[in-house]
Design a protein around this ligand. Structure first.
Ligand SMILES: [Fe+2]
Ligand SMILES: [Fe+2]
Length: 171
């Protein structure tokens, strides 16, 4: 039986994944304002991925017959002065997600709630990937700095990202 505290943490993580989605959509809007449609595309895909993460928690909770509570989503920031600023915050945000996932994983382990541990393992692996991708991109952005041509090339690269359903997150 999943404890009340663990259920609450899972529920709040479901809502935090939706919040993450909105943070990225706000960033996509900012990228459009900055005239970088490729980075906007990248961030819109991130928006869709985060919603998938939220729904993974949704189906887990309902499978366990735990009532899902959908919260109001705080207004995300939508003003950024550069693409580098956006991706610096993407990394900070993902590190915060990782911290939260670990916190839930700690409790799942303490409670010996293996089904939750197993669910979270997918997210733990996902966070490694997410952080690596963003760190790599951020390094390229910092290297490109004010070089317009290099920035346009990176924007083009980001425009080629496509959304794929990750079977680990769909049921
Ligand atoms: Fe996520
Ligand atoms: Fe994420």
């Amino acid at each position: 039986m999943v404890s009340k505290k663990l259920s609450e943490l899972l529920n709040s993580q479901l809502n935090f994944e939706f919040y993450s989605a909105f943070v990225y959509l706000g960033m996509a809007a900012a990228a459009e304002e900055l005239d970088y449609p490729g980075f906007s595309n990248w961030l819109q895909i991130q928006f869709r991925e985060e919603q998938q993460h939220a729904l993974k928690f949704f189906s887990f909770l309902t499978d366990k017959e735990i009532a899902v509570i959908v919260d109001a989503i705080p207004k995300p920031k939508s003003e950024y002065s550069s693409i580098e600023e956006i991706f610096t915050e993407v990394l900070t945000h993902e590190e915060e997600v990782t911290r939260r996932i670990y916190q839930i994983a700690d409790l799942a382990q303490k409670d010996k709630e293996h089904s939750v541990s197993s669910l979270l393992q997918i997210f733990i692996n996902e966070q490694v990937e997410e952080e690596v991708t963003v760190r790599t991109l951020l390094k390229k952005l910092r290297r490109a700095k004010d070089d317009v041509r290099a920035m346009l090339l990176l924007d083009q690269e980001a425009s080629s990202r496509v959304f794929t359903e990750n079977p680990l997150f769909t049921k």
